[in-house]
Each structure stands twice: as C-alpha cells, then as structure tokens.
Design a protein around this ligand. Sequence first.
Ligand code: MG
Length: 385
Amino acid sequence: MPTRRRIAVLGSTGSIGTSTLDVIAHCSDRLELVGLSAHSNLELLAEQVARYRPRLVVLTDPETQGLASSLPPGPCKVLVGDKGVREMVSDPEVDTVVVAIVGAAGLLGTLAAVEAGKTVAVANKETLVMAGPLVMGRANECGATIVPIDSEHSAIFQLLQCGRRQDVERLVLTGSGGPFRGKKAADLENVTVEEALRHPTWRMGRKITIDSATLMNKALEIIEARWLFGMSAEQIGVVIHPESIVHSFVEFQDGSVLAQLSPPDMRLPIQYALLYPERVPGPSRRLDWAALRVLHFEPPDPETFPAIQLGYETARRGGTCGAVLNAANEAAVQRFLAGTLRFLDITRVCRAVLESHAFSAQPSLEELLALDRWARQEVENWPRG
Ligand code: MG
C-alpha cells in the first residue's frame, strides 16, 4: 500500500469542500483526511467529523467557539480562528492543504500553508487575484507547491505537463458564458437574483455563480492564470464554450493546440490536485462519446460583459489592482444578492472603484488588506440601485 497523503481542508462544508471529502473517501487507500475547518455550517461540520474522524478541527468564526461541544466526542482537537487555521496548516502531519474557502478569506490560510512549505491545492481564485506575486514569491522561497483546483487552471496545469514551458505561446481559458450568453446589455437591465443563479452547466456556490453570470469569474481567472503560470495578459485568451466539456487549451509555438476534456465535475480537478501527478480511477463522471455530438466555441461579447476587459486591465497593471477589483466585486455581488444593487451595476461599480483607488505597483500584504477593506466600503457607499 502506498503512503497516504495527509490532507487538511479549509472550508470543508462548501461546494468544493464537500466534493473534496467525496474524493478522499473514494481514494482512501491514497488519501487520508486529517483536518477540517468550517465557518458557520456547524451542523454539516459535525456530520463530517463523525464520518471522517479528523485529528484537527478549526472553527474559523470565534463566535462559534462555544458550539465546539456540539461536535461529536472523539480524539479530535478543536482549534479556533485565524490562529487555529495557522496551527492546522503548519502541522507536521499535514502534507497537502486544500483551500476551499470562498473570497478574500482564503488568502491568510493559503499564505500560512505556503509558509509552512506544504503542497497547497488552491480552489480559491481570489487569493491569487488579490496577491498573486506575493503568494507565488513566498511559495518559491518556502519550497511550497501550488496546484490549482479551478477547472480551467487545472486543465492548463495538466496540459503543461505535455511540453516545455519555453515552447508555450498562449493559454486559452474556456467559459460556459453563463445563463445570459447571447443576451445584450439592454436585456440584462432587470435581471433577478434567481435568473442570475440559474447556471446552465455547473452546480456551484452563490458567489461564483453570480460571477459566472457577469463573466467576472473569467476576468478573475485571467488574473489567476497570469500569476499562476507567469504569462503576460496578452498570452491569455478566452473562448466561450457552452457545453463546459473542454476546460481550457494550451497553444504551442508550432501551432499545436492541446485541450483537456471531461464532464463538468469538480471532483476531477480536485482529485488531480490531491494525487498529482498520479492518476487513478475516481468518483467523477466520464465522458459519454455516444451522447457527445457537438462542441461549440464562440468569442466572448465584451460589450455585454465588460468584466472581461477589467480582467485584462488588472492582469496588465498588476500591483494593487487585483485586490481592489476582487474586493469591490465581492461586495457588489453581496449587494446584488441582497437586492440593493442591479445586475449591470456590479461591473460598473467595480470599474469605478478600481479607477479611483491609490495604485501602488509593489504592495505589501498590509497594504493589500487595507485596500480590500477600503474597496468594500466604497461599494457599501454606492447609491442603492
Ligand atoms: Mg473556473
């Protein structure tokens, strides 16, 4: 029996977290769950603790500390807050940390795992969007390995195993186009939350589903790819592919284009990240070649979805832009979900906040966190739409 990799999952009760536990259960001869963290869904956390018996559990919200007694009795140690996260991810008996927390909250956990020299499987794209150069630089210094879970970046990561880096000409990210593909801006004036949450191919959390409707998700992925793979903004393309079967392309200098295909099921990129570079049978769905008839590709519509342009501008300028765009977008999505901001204003308010911020080319972590707070406040102050 091979040595099992010991896994800690930050954000175990969300969509990526539960899929990660599913993969670990299916590959239990190779993977062992040793730590979990959750923020508010303590009921599901208690179920997970009872089922997987992890050695470490972190309640990231200090307010929930009193509820630790509601967890099933057993040998697990309960830790609390940011300090608890740091202790878990740097535990010598953890090999791989999965960062499955949504939004900017994933940054501190990722940095702690990176500084402990772990393999860090990052599902949280906001971390690299906010602080890509900082995180990649620290990973380099600390001997940490970052493996992406985002399906497009996993596809590119897999495809890059097929050729030399200096021979890569371009990366092409695919995107489903979301629920409003083919619409014009005028059609989207009065979009409701329910309509925006109706994603055609992927089942995901609410924040990323809204990002998929505005195409801000693709904008964030351009920035993520920029830092993760060290490519310039000009070397990253986007193509709309409504079936979500091809997860991305890599184009080489000789004109050869490689693609990675699989059904839209996050358990495959999660499994690849956890077992990299090994491939074994797992729980994810298989392509049915008898049913698969046609794959469509079309260019994105930048008039209707101006978020794409914001992604390119941010990837080009770097510095503080990613942290500001990310925070403005998170706050704007929250306001849209709460019914106090219109759909088209999500991208408008992001542009306005990005353009009015005090740019700095090589920000520290403290500066990035301060701008993150500032940008959220700016969005809060934006008039009700
Ligand atoms: Mg993605």
